[in-house]
Write a protein that binds this ligand. Structure first.
Ligand code: ATP
Ligand code: MG
Length: 523
């Protein structure tokens, strides 16, 4: 389909706005164009976090000379054949991205259409278009954006550090790549290779591999597949078991008809699905793909197309809530590897630890669900049998006055049932442990004497490139807080020292939570 100018009426109905705020927005627009052009391989190169150069090359269908001139004109698009804003099939539809980029940078596009044997080049600098020229180029399109915002220097002031801008651009590429497993992606920043995702099958196993490449093997191993539909909507993807959770919602990815969205209502539905399984302030990891006929969803409500509006939001919400609940409920007692044992140790150190005790399951077979006897030895446990009532158990005076009382039993390696003088308390071990550590760290920080402990064997933690960029940017600050680490290749860090109070904790889990926090602060 050729590029054509949209009629005035259609233009006015498009949610216009500043689409280019930072290098990552350029990357998003160019990569989306390449995906819309049926590319099989997309290569992205950034210099200086994208300030000096952003280059995106694809092997998609390309443009002929006529298309090339129209492509940089405002409101010219090949993607709205009937001016029908209801029936949107592509990622792009406004005909706004390339002219916007061209008005604030030095843009050069070289392209050759698939059925053409000539290639052409066009440049536009600070909005000023130069004449189209023949060029030599293979099939596909090569777009260079140099000196972003040279034409509007005021906007340069709002850019973050090189690493932060690179991390943001990498996050965008990863998100786009999740929804397009059949396309290979590479991302280079200067001389560093940040991402190399090989093309996979479009669906099924291919999607699983791509999600594993991006969200980590851990995610796929500790999540349940979701596959459900209701009325015109279907939902598919993976949702983590409640025991695999993070400190921020940064690992929640939602897509509507292949478009990454950050929609508060949908995220709220995910939160609702886990509300009975997860404590507040903990977030599951999800990658969920909603599909529906295009007329059931309006993507034209937000200039960056990040929010969507469904014709029937209630159906979508209940589809999310019920299918996740059902899937994780069905997974029953499967739990991810967690910090349970170190949490119990911490309790023991808090002067509860007296004699080992054994919990006798009252229900035959209950022990099969991984009840860990070794981990039960804390807090003045007495042998508990099925018919023992709490009042029969003597409460020792010291323990009874502790706010959390005396621990009596542990469930699912996660919850402690404790007895106080007048009642019972159910304690989430992880939360309790975090609180204890936090109090100790706060006390140490006040005296500015955080004791650190060098690790005998420095621990390598594999992360995604985005998190590694954030850690590298925050390394100095973290060292002041007692966490000494360095970058270790493009997708790992090496931890050398930790605050002494955290010695023995699972470093990898700690680092992953911290990664989410850093991403949220946007270091
Ligand atoms: N990499 C590419 N390969 C082939 N054609 C392209 C490529 N990039 C852009 N085009 C063509 O240029 C047109 C204009 O692109 P532009 O990104 O400005 O607008 P759009 O994608 O149509 O809409 P939006 O503003 O929502 O992104 C597209 O409609 C498409 O026909
Ligand atoms: Mg576009």
């Amino acid at each position: 389909m050729a590029i054509r100018r949209l009629p005035e009426g259609t233009i006015n109905r498009i949610a216009a706005g500043e689409v280019i705020e930072r290098p990552a927005s350029v990357v998003k627009e160019l990569v989306e164009n390449a995906i819309d052009a049926d590319a099989r391989q997309i290569d992205i190169h950034l210099v200086d976090g994208g300030r000096t150069l952003i280059r995106v090359r694809d092997d998609g269908k390309g443009m002929n000379a006529v298309d090339l001139e129209l492509a940089i004109e405002r409101h010219a698009t090949s993607k709205l054949p009937d001016d029908d804003l209801v029936n949107i099939q592509n990622l792009g539809f406004r005909g706004e991205a390339l002219p916007s980029i061209g008005s604030v940078s030095r843009l050069r596009i070289v392209s050759r259409a698939r059925d053409d044997d000539e290639s052409h080049e066009i440049r536009i600098e600070g909005g000023r278009q130069q004449e189209i020229k023949p060029a030599s180029h293979g099939a596909g399109t090569d777009i260079e954006v140099r000196d972003l915002f040279f034409a509007v220097p005021a906007r340069l002031k709002f850019l973050k550090t090189e690493r932060a801008e690179t991390a943001e651009a990498a996050a965008i590429v990863r998100r786009l790549a999740m929804a397009a497993p059949h396309i290979g992606f590479s991302l280079r920043s200067g001389e560093r290779h940040l991402l190399n995702l090989q093309a996979r099958q479009a669906e099924g196993e291919g999607q699983k591999q791509r999600l594993s490449d991006i969200m980590g093997k851990d995610f796929i191993e500790n999540s349940v597949p979701i596959d459900a539909s209701r009325e015109a909507f279907s939902l598919q993807g993976y949702a983590s078991l409640p025991t695999l959770n993070r400190s921020q919602s940064t690992m929640q990815f939602l897509f509507v008809n292949g478009r990454a969205v950050k929609d508060r209502t949908l995220l709220g539905a995910v939160r609702g699905a886990y509300s009975d399984f997860l404590m507040r302030q903990r977030f599951p990891m999800v990658a969920l793909f909603i599909t529906c006929p295009p007329e059931y969803v309006d993507v034209n409500v937000h200039p960056a197309k990040a929010e969507v509006r469904f014709r029937n939001q209630a159906v979508v919400n209940s589809l999310i809530v019920s299918s996740i609940r059902e899937a994780i409920g069905f997974a029953g007692h499967r739990t991810a590897s967690t910090n349970a044992e170190s949490a119990i140790d911490a309790f023991r150190q808090q002067n509860y630890g007296r004699q080992p005790a054994h919990y006798a399951p009252t229900r035959p077979g209950a022990a099969e669900h991984g009840f860990n006897e070794a981990a039960q030895s804390f807090a003045g446990f007495e042998a508990i049998s099925g018919d023992t009532s709490a009042s029969d158990m003597p409460l020792d005076e010291d323990t009874a006055d502790q706010p959390l009382g005396a621990a009596r039993a542990q469930f699912h390696e996660n919850y402690i049932l404790a007895q106080t003088r007048t009642g019972i308390v159910i304690v989430d071990q992880h939360a309790a442990h975090e609180r204890l550590v936090l109090e100790q760290l706060k006390a140490a920080a006040e005296k500015s004497e955080i004791a650190t402990q060098p690790l005998l064997v420095p621990e390598v933690v594999n992360l995604d490139v985005v998190s590694v960029e954030h850690f590298a940017a925050a390394a100095e600050q973290l060292a002041r807080a007692g966490l000494v680490l360095e970058q270790f290749g493009p997708d790992a860090i090496i931890v050398r020292e930790v605050p002494a109070v955290l010695a023995g904790a699972k470093i990898a889990n700690l680092i992953k939570d911290l990664a989410d926090d850093l991403e949220t602060i946007g270091q």
